[in-house]
Design a binder for this molecule. Structure first.
Ligand code: AHR
Length: 632
């Protein structure tokens, strides 16, 4: 393949070309990146998922029951656990196995619990092996428990040695002579990323940081919408002290604690230097065909609700919600440039119709009047459904694609003829199924999903991404979804990063490697490439950061032989050096997996220094399913 790359003449690239998307799915938040180690710490429940004792276990002869005491810990956390004993001799308590295990290391664990009752003795908190009961850390602390009043107890545990595995539990014990005590909000955090209180797991944050993303789409996905029980994600119930966060039934089959809330998301953006793309709920519930879309008048308070959220994020400290932000320790507004109205509003019979008739316009008009600089993104993926009345504010849409390798590759040119007036966010994309003979269109949601992304799927995503990069003047950016999968409990596979409670078992998918390579090799503008070859089996894009500094990206799909490249870059002459980074895998079906507790990483990266030959031509060969970047 002979390619001539021009020095100028393309389009400016979006500074946000690669980004991250997050929603609590697959226990990616609770039990995932949110570092809280105690599962069901506050017995939160709802109509959909009533409060439960799971996974708490009694210690000694303790009897555990859920109680709504006459004095609740808070209005938001009315249910507590009562720990009672009939005997007056011995130790009783309760034990929590964490989110399918607890990683115990010689590091500081910060804990707290609230107690109610009459007890003047001591509490003992421990981290111990579930299998052998070996105690790794133990601490006695005096009880301040008082009848009729909830009292918080704080402690730190510091194991001297690491546990050999994650089969560990947290134990809270006391003297059975106390008779009966109530506990709530029993919490234990390991060190967190950037040492944020109520923060995130460092290893999973590092796995995100590797991707050098530029934006962060939050808080959904479907998890913003709520399903048949009509519980959308409520920003104001996810802020402030944990005692004031009631939680909600998430869309993905479990109660969300909302410990990971709006402020935590925005801090996360600060920690990873990414810009938020904030979704607001727009009146569409999932899963209840009868009445899942609000009427215009029902929607009005929700428009105000979204404006209040924006004021919380952007407003001055003397505004009502800016003052609330200040009160919570954030006097300065956060940076926010993008707001998305809903999620996948092309779903359901009346989704698109009501979206363009009144739902999108109501939000668009109110938000753009109050915040004219915000870029408002529609969620239909359809240019015709964006707009509103204020045409001076550029509109954008969020296009999602979950598909098969062949179809991804066929979509390399998807944005070639897109409107340049409206921009696209590719807020979710992933190869979720293998190819099926004779079927290249889309995805069959009734067919089995891939458990892990195979390399061929990641290559096809790379090709789709290169096609988007070629059209970066119309693309805001792209984010793979879903981001995380707790291997002990998940609803959706494959995912970008899979994990267990054991940080040594974090699996970066083959797609993670591809995004890491493509995202870490950005450029300022695309540049034209002339050639006598068609796209396929090689697909490419070229860009320039500054004169002489080119980036050429390519991926090979379905080639029966190796593919030779001869590339000249305008202005570069013989002897100029380039760096060729190539990702490959043993074959297209290889995946990164966890088997028998062992992480396999099939992706190989080779980095070679090349020198331009006569006429400034770089020559190299790539194999089928290689993904490569050449930089000069
Ligand atoms: O990423 C999983 C789900 O796929 C998202 O919640 C939703 O937006 C899409 O349908």
């Amino acid at each position: 393949i002979n390619l001539n790359v021009s020095a100028t003449g393309g389009n400016a690239s979006s500074p946000l070309t690669y980004g991250l998307m997050f929603e609590d799915i697959n226990h990616s938040g609770d039990g995932g990146i949110y570092a809280e180690l105690i599962q069901n710490r506050a017995f939160q429940g709802s109509l959909e998922y009533p409060s439960t004792l799971t996974p708490w276990v009694s210690v000694g002869d303790a009897v555990l029951t859920l109680q709504n005491t006459s004095v609740p810990l808070s209005k938001s956390l009315p249910t507590s656990i009562n720990v009672a004993s009939n005997s007056t001799n011995g130790t009783i308590g309760l034990l929590n196995p964490g989110w399918w295990g607890i990683d115990v290391k010689p590091q500081k664990y910060t804990g707290s619990f609230w107690a109610l009752g009459s007890y003047k003795g001591k509490f003992t908190v421990k981290l111990q092996s579930d299998l052998t009961e070996e105690v790794f850390a133990s601490l006695d602390l005096p009880s301040s428990a008082t009848p009729g009043k909830w009292v918080e107890h704080k402690f730190e545990l510091e194991p001297r040695i690491a546990a050999p595995n994650i089969n560990n539990t947290f134990v809270l014990e006391f003297d059975s002579r106390a008779g009966s005590l109530n506990f709530n909000l029993i919490s234990l955090f390991p060190p967190t990323y950037n040492n944020r209180p109520n923060g995130n797991r460092p290893d999973l944050m590092e796995a995100l940081k590797d991707l050098s993303g530029s934006f962060f789409r939050i808080p959904g996905g479907n998890n913003i919408e709520g399903d048949a029980y009509h519980y959308p994600w409520l920003w104001n119930e996810t802020i402030g002290p944990l005692t004031e966060r009631p939680g909600r039934p998430g869309t993905w089959g479990y109660e969300n604690t909302d410990g990971l809330g709006l402020v935590e998301y925005l801090n996360w953006c600060t920690d990873l230097s990414v810009t938020p793309i904030l979704a607001v709920w727009d009146g569409m519930y999932l899963g209840d065909e009868a009445d899942h879309i609000l009427t215009a008048s029902e929607l009005e308070p929700w428009v105000q609700y979204a404006l209040d959220e924006l004021e919380f994020i952007l407003g001055p400290s003397n505004s009502t919600h800016g003052a609330l932000r200040t009160q919570l320790g954030h006097p300065e507004p956060w940076e926010l440039k993008y707001v998305e109205i809903g999620n996948e509003d092309d779903l359901y019979d009346k989704g698109p119709e009501t979206y363009s008739a009144y739902r999108f316009p109501m939000f668009y008009e109110a938000i753009s009047a109050a915040y004219p600089d915000l870029i408002i993104i529609s969620s239909t993926g359809d240019y015709t459904a964006v707009g509103g009345t204020n045409t001076s504010n550029p509109s954008a849409t969020d296009y999602h694609i979950y598909t098969r390798p062949d179809y991804f590759v066929s979509q390399f040119g998807h944005f070639d003829n897109a409107s340049r007036e409206h921009k696209s966010l590719i807020g979710e994309y992933a190869c979720v199924q293998g190819n099926v003979y004779n079927q290249v269109v889309g995805v069959d949601w009734d067919a089995l999903r891939l458990p892990w992304t195979p390399w061929v799927g990641s290559v096809s995503e790379a090709i789709f991404s290169l096609g988007a990069e070629r059209n970066s003047d119309t693309i805001i950016g792209m984010s793979y979804a879903p981001g995380f999968q707790n291997l002990n409990s998940y609803e959706w596979a494959p995912d970008l990063i899979a994990f267990t409670a054991d940080p040594s078992q974090t699996i970066k998918s083959t797609s993670h490697h591809v995004i890491e390579l493509l995202s870490n090799n950005r450029y300022n503008a695309t540049v034209p490439v002339t050639t006598d070859s068609d796209f396929g089996p090689a697909y490419w894009v070229a860009g320039v950061s500054e004169p002489g500094h080119y980036t050429f990206k390519t991926a090979i799909y379905n080639s029966t032989s190796s593919v030779p490249f001869s590339i000249s870059f305008e202005g570069l002459s013989e002897g100029v050096k380039g760096t060729l980074s190539v990702l490959s895998a043993p074959d297209g079906l290889s995946s990164n997996t966890l088997e028998n507790g062992v992480v396999s990483d099939v992706v190989r990266k080779t980095v070679t220094t090349l020198a331009a030959g006569s006429g400034g031509v770089f020559e190299f060969e790539l194999d089928n399913y290689d993904v490569a970047v050449l930089t000069t």
